[in-house]
Ligand binder design. Structure first.
Ligand SMILES: *Cc1c(COP(=O)(O)O)cnc(C)c1O
Length: 573
């Protein structure tokens, strides 16, 4: 082993995330952020890197989504048996919340590849010795009020560092904050630093020592994605929080604790999750250097088995060298198409069995599944419905498969689900529309591989990266997407998929009024009607060629191993 590799592999990285999706049976995630965290830990295990994950245990999950015939979402606690999947660890640590001591325990999950293991610890406060309120902190992900969230984030950040020490991790080379929720970990690192050098008051050198340990990834330009807490509440919940003194501005943002600014101030390396997202983040946070590492998906987790069989046949050792997926370009088109039909059959059988839809394998099938919220514009393809109806009549039948949860407090998101349900009676018989309940890892895996086209039309510039289109690409499913997030990098028009509406340069030049939902919808319809559906219905070989290019060109790059190696070079080393 060469010197660099040996050196790199001896480093230990602690990866903190409010949500981590490592197993479809463990409901400790809500969506993209958690999936990315899980894929990152998997990539670390696959390349043999020493990483340890830290998150919270949610005994009731995010929520189980039920939708009635009117499209009304009901949220139920997820029922799951923690010790079926996780192993209780012996150490206990304590943190102070308000005037109480809260005891924390950890549960272990091991991410394994070949003979390498990456441990993930889920922190839990549901212990008999804790106050009843504190026991509820390992209840719901993104539930409760401000106080509940702040307490959870203290358990994650402060409790997480303490737990790692108690578990025997004395030397940790980097603390990676995956989004700002965990940034209270910097306070605990500062306390450790001050104790080590015998300081009563923190000095600039102490701050620098913490900064040299921390890296931060920001994941969204949407304001609600950046937690902030009024200092009054912070002072109550965390009586030791430094709201006075010379270093105040490092910790406080006016009258608030802003978790994003705390992470920005105390990290020496900061990145956004796609090139465009970093540019947008540099505008939002203009005093910071913000690099870009574009997201990727862990290929073995997202690859359907028919496509995996083709990889095994035509690209031996693809798992060892992820870039060799590029050579998918020599897989015979016929075999790509046949593998796709197996995936499509599986998905449509599932839809037909669950929802009695009678969807047909010969018909053009579009997937749209992600969090149901306004900026993702799930209804764009129905704006106006007459145009969609006309396209299905003139070019060919369309099958639409939707899925996604709305956050329990996102009233608009919930209304979107209702309105999509209400559209059904106004569709011509050539269009079939289904909304599948409870979007999760397992359902995502079915949908991304089984549709003919992956649709994504968020309002720019709010999609930081987006990853579900990458999951589709690795399975040979092209995207039709607005040029935002990863798609600016991934779209080669007509080769890996198609764009909707303005490109980045046009968006930057655009004046008030140039940009509208109606214009984007028009562009979407034009692409479907004049470009994509004619290829699908009249020239399947050309469609298979695009599918193959998706795998070779985008699958070989937008994967978690490439992403992880960039983190090693830029952030961990
Ligand atoms: C990948 C994934 C997401 C993220 O999808 P985006 O397109 O990035 O918004 C959300 N939920 C689940 C279950 C996923 O697998």
């Amino acid at each position: 082993m060469n010197h660099f590799k040996k050196n790199a592999l001896s480093r230990i990285i602690a990866y903190f995330s409010m949500e981590i999706a490592v197993d479809e049976r463990i409901p400790t995630y809500s969506g993209g952020l958690g999936v990315l965290a899980g894929d990152t830990l998997n990539a670390a295990a696959a390349v043999g890197f020493s990483m340890v994950g830290v998150s919270l245990l949610y005994r009731k999950g995010y929520f189980f989504q039920r939708i009635d015939e009117k499209g009304i979402q009901r949220e139920e606690p997820v029922e799951w048996i923690v010790d079926d999947f996780l192993v209780e660890q012996t150490p206990r640590v304590k943190i102070q919340l308000e005037n109480r001591e809260v005891t924390i325990r950890a549960w272990l999950y091991e991410v394994k590849h070949n003979d390498h293991t990456v441990p993930v610890y889920f922190l839990d406060t549901d212990l008999a010795e804790n106050d009843p309120y504190d026991r509820t902190l390992s209840g719901f992900l993104y539930g409760g009020d401000e106080r509940y969230r702040l307490c959870q984030e203290a358990v994650l950040g402060i409790g997480g560092v303490k737990m790692l020490r108690a578990l025997g991790y004395e030397k940790i080379d980097r603390f990676h904050m995956n989004e700002g929720h965990s940034s209270l970990l910097t306070l605990e690192l500062l306390r450790e630093q001050m104790a080590a050098v015998g300081h009563e008051q923190a000095s600039w050198e102490d701050i620098e020592a913490v900064r040299s340990l921390c890296v931060f990834t920001t994941h969204t330009p949407v304001a609600s994605g950046h937690d902030k807490f009024p200092l009054g509440l912070v002072k109550q919940v965390l009586p030791f929080f430094p709201v006075h003194g010379e270093l105040r501005d490092i910790f406080c943002c006016g009258d608030f604790l802003n978790m994003t600014y705390l992470a920005l101030n105390l990290s020496h390396y900061i990145n956004g999750v796609a090139k465009r997202h970093s540019e947008v983040s540099r505008m939002l946070f203009s005093h910071y250097e913000i690099d870009a590492i574009t997201n990727g998906v862990h290929v073995p987790s997202w690859l359907s088995s028919p496509i995996q069989k083709l990889f095994d046949k035509y690209i031996p050792r693809w798992k060892e060298d992820i870039f060799s997926i590029r050579y998918a370009i020599s897989i015979p088109l016929k075999e790509i198409w046949e593998a796709h039909l197996i995936n499509k059959r599986l998905l449509l059988d599932f839809v037909n069995r669950e929802k009695n839809m009678g969807m047909d394998i010969d018909n053009f099938t579009i997937g749209f599944a992600r969090r149901m919220t306004a900026y993702k514009r799930p209804e764009l393809i129905f704006t106006p419905l007459e145009r969609l109806n006309a396209i299905a009549r003139s070019v060919g039948p369309i099958q639409l498969i939707f899925a996604g949860k709305a956050h329990p407090k996102d009233e608009e998101g919930k209304k979107i689900i209702q309105r999509i349900h209400a559209i059904r009676p106004s569709l011509v018989p050539e269009i079939k529309l289904v909304f599948l309940e409870n979007y999760d890892l397992a359902l995502a895996k079915r949908i991304v591989a089984g549709v003919d086209l992956w649709l994504n039309n968020p309002k720019p510039p709010f999609e930081a990266s987006g990853t579900s289109g990458m999951k589709a690409a690795i399975n040979g499913v092209p995207s039709l997407s607005v040029l935002d997030g990863w798609w600016i990098e991934g779209c080669i028009e007509g080769t890996t998929g198609w764009s909707i509406g303005m490109d980045v340069f046009q968006l930057q030049e655009a004046k008030e009024g140039d940009y509208s939902n109606e214009r984007d919808a028009m562009a979407l319809y034009d692409k479907l009607e004049k470009v994509i559906m004619p290829i699908f219905y009249k020239n399947p070989e050309a469609y298979a060629l695009i599918m193959r290019s998706c795998i070779a060109i985008n699958g070989s790059f937008f994967n978690a191993q490439r992403m992880f190696m960039q983190y090693v070079l830029k952030a961990y080393y």
